[in-house]
Design a protein around this ligand. Structure first.
Ligand code: URA
Length: 209
């Protein structure tokens, strides 16, 4: 008899394809999309729901719907790859955009664009960024969101591969946020890339290698 499991194994299959340097651009994009959809489904499982009464063609029954308002925050540019997969599950979400570029030498994030709708305290804010390396970009984003009125407990950081160092840096300042990912690697190299990682996500996804 087969038994259903959690998403660990399926995330690992897609992650392996993303890590593999021989994966073509089109397959990289497809696996990024598939893994983001799984992470979006995981996100759905932790968001509060409420019961509603609906009418089927036969009779009245009780169902479930997502309770809070949702805002998606893709961090340019790699975070854009996760937007469409998340919108698939959160069709009504508002979208705020943050542009942060990591300086190649210092790995420090510089803000170059910000356009975020008004945030309500009870709103669930989902940050989309496939990789947390040093945590610099994530921390800069979180500080902006807190200034704009987001509630720490209501922030979910949806990513694909993170480093232990980056997660620890973020958790040290924002212990109440939730971080979701498909894999965690322990090392960063001298250029602050995740090891073994998958290389430069944006370059591989957008074809700028
Ligand atoms: N961003 C990437 O694209 N890759 C890394 O390894 C770290 C940050």
């Amino acid at each position: 008899m087969f038994q259903t499991n959690d998403f660990k194994k399926i995330k690992n299959i897609y992650l392996t394809n993303l890590r593999n340097k021989n994966t073509s651009r089109s397959d990289f994009r497809q696996n990024a999309d598939l893994i983001s959809r799984i992470i979006a489904q995981e996100t759905l499982t932790i968001i509060e729901t409420e019961t509603i009464t609906i009418q089927t063609p036969i009779e009245t029954t009780i169902g479930l719907q997502i309770k809070p308002k949702i805002m998606l925050i893709p961090i340019l540019r790699s975070g854009m790859s996760m937007l469409e997969p998340f919108l698939y599950y959160f069709k009504n979400a508002s979208i705020g955009v943050i542009g942060l570029k990591r300086d190649e030498k210092t790995a420090i994030a510089h803000l170059y664009y910000q356009n975020i709708p008004k945030i309500n305290k009870s709103e669930i804010v989902i940050i989309l960024d496939p990789m947390i390396a040093t945590g610099g970009t994530g921390l800069a984003t979180l500080k902006i969101l807190m200034q704009l009125g987001a509630t720490e407990e209501n922030i979910i950081f949806a990513s694909i591969i993170n480093s232990t160092e980056g997660i620890n840096a973020i958790k040290a300042e924002f212990p109440k946020i939730t971080i979701l990912q498909a894999g965690i690697d322990n090392k960063l190299n001298n250029n602050k890339f995740i090891v073994p990682g998958l290389g430069d996500f944006g370059d591989r996804y957008y074809g700028t290698e």
